[in-house]
Design a protein. Structure first.
Length: 168
């Protein structure tokens, strides 16, 4: 009986390790969403990175009047995959040094406005989890987003640009 229990425990451990290895090999950053925070109403916009979204020009003074943005990073782990131990998402948001359409563009270096790491939350039935990050003081300069998965053998990453612009 002791040998049978030991054998069952060993099989369970092998299956658990194999499923964690599969999750680590298939985990990936699958995309971004960007939601403007309306300073006048407190509402979040639709996804500004979605197909057909309006241009992001004059956002601080426009119809939606936003000076901050909520970023959502989608992580795909696979159906029924466990969350890999120690897996985290790192988001680095870098603001461009120049303003689009500026009459006299200033020569400055790009500025990191966010460099934050967050653990993964529960996974839905499709094998996805979402991690949110807040960007303060957004609106006239484009922002490059780079999300990376940490704590895995491979370090998959994805980049996207928020094309903010001010026309004055």
């Amino acid at each position: 009986m002791l040998i049978k229990s030991f054998f069952v425990w060993i099989c369970f451990a092998i299956v658990l390790l194999a499923s964690t290895a599969v999750a680590q090999n298939t985990a990936r950053i699958a995309g971004f969403q960007a939601h403007l925070f309306n300073s006048k109403t407190g509402a979040l916009s639709d996804d500004m990175l979605a197909k057909g979204a309006p241009e992001m020009g004059n956002v601080p003074a426009g119809d939606f009047a936003s000076v901050s943005t909520f970023i959502v990073v989608k992580v795909e782990l696979g159906k029924e995959a466990p969350i890999p131990q120690n897996a985290k998402v790192r988001l680095v948001a870098t603001e461009s040094s120049s303003m689009s359409f500026a009459v006299k563009p200033k020569k400055e270096s790009d500025r990191i406005i966010l460099d934050r790491t967050s653990g993964l939350g529960p996974v839905n039935t499709d094998g996805n989890t979402y991690v949110g990050f807040w960007l303060a003081s957004t609106g006239c300069k484009s922002i490059s987003l780079k999300a990376s998965l940490l704590g895995l053998k491979e370090k998959p990453s994805l980049t996207e640009v928020l094309p903010f612009a001010c026309y004055e």
